[in-house]
Design a protein around this ligand. Sequence first.
Ligand code: ZN
Length: 399
Amino acid sequence: MSTVVPEWRCRWCRSDRATVVLDLGAQPAADLFPEPEDPSPDPVHPLRMVMCDRCRLAQLEHDPTGPEEPRGVEPAALVAQARSGVADLLAAGLLHPGAWVGEMRSPHGGSWLEHLPEIVPDAVLLDGPGTVPGIAADLVIDSLGLMHEPDQRAAWDLRVDALAPDGVLALHVHPLSVIVRDGMWNALRHGHFAYYSLTVLVEAARAVGLVPVGLWRYPLYGGTRLVALAREGSRPALAGAESAAGLVAAELVVEAAAGTTEPSSVQELQRQVARSASELRHWLDVRTGSVVAYGAASRAVALFALAGVTADDVLAVVDASPAKQGRAMPGGPGPRVPVLGPDLFAEVRPDRVLLLVPDLLDEVRSAHPEVEAFGGRWVVAEPELVEVEPLSRDGGRLR
Ligand SMILES: [Zn+2]
């Protein structure tokens, strides 16, 4: 099964052997939203996830795109996540006035620091090597930042170097086990370099001298984890830390049972890709009413390309971000799907709204009651196509 990938080196352990676990073929860069009338074909790049044969880190094989992930409108779900995470760190005693707190930048937005000024006025943004020379942070927060680092070894070193001797690194991650369990194949994107199982994360932490001292779980993206890590032997004042070892051990048992570090288990994502694309293609082919999509997100680019979605299938993608309005989704042959503002809902009164960012269902639904008021229905696009039951008259859900 192993393939020697020319000039490839593991982003963590530098091994040169890996196994392909998910291959999406040639895809447009996730940050490419072309002009609607641009006649030139969209440049495409190989998009493959491999698992290192030695350390079992799942990772982006190559990234020729060098994308700056576009900053869309910050979803309410990420703001809520940031608040929950900060509340948990506060309760654990890791945030207090006078603490030195730093945050690693993440293109996913949802900065946790923005929720800190009243608690920790001196918090700083750590934006790469040398940004804050000599900082010895009591707490370094990294929410979905590590995955965006091409060189994982350097990324871990940077984080550890920023820590005071008894400092804590709070890593918020979307574990590979959850991605595989939920069939979330489009977590694979250019610019997303590392896909950690907690098993591999704990191993990597150990290799840089850190051990888990805290663990919290959240419902975001089907299940994220906040792992607090501290230097082995240090004793960070962490309320409730005695349960951390048991929580982490339980997670590792679940991952072992699911085979999260086995390429064959992760390859299940490949089968889900085929299911998602053919299901969407079929649904579009048999539909008779008008279809508008919501969310010109980078995660939707591959789905549209794989299912061959054109403006003949979907009138437009509605997006709240003014930067994307007036552009178009990249894609294969056929008329491009334009990206337009939310006014379109009232103008077109679509029969179905295909939601390309499933996490946003509750917030976009309450932001756009006109969709259902005009008789339209929301349809979650992936990993499985699901039509959302309309709200009952008293505002409660029917199911
Ligand atoms: Zn490796």
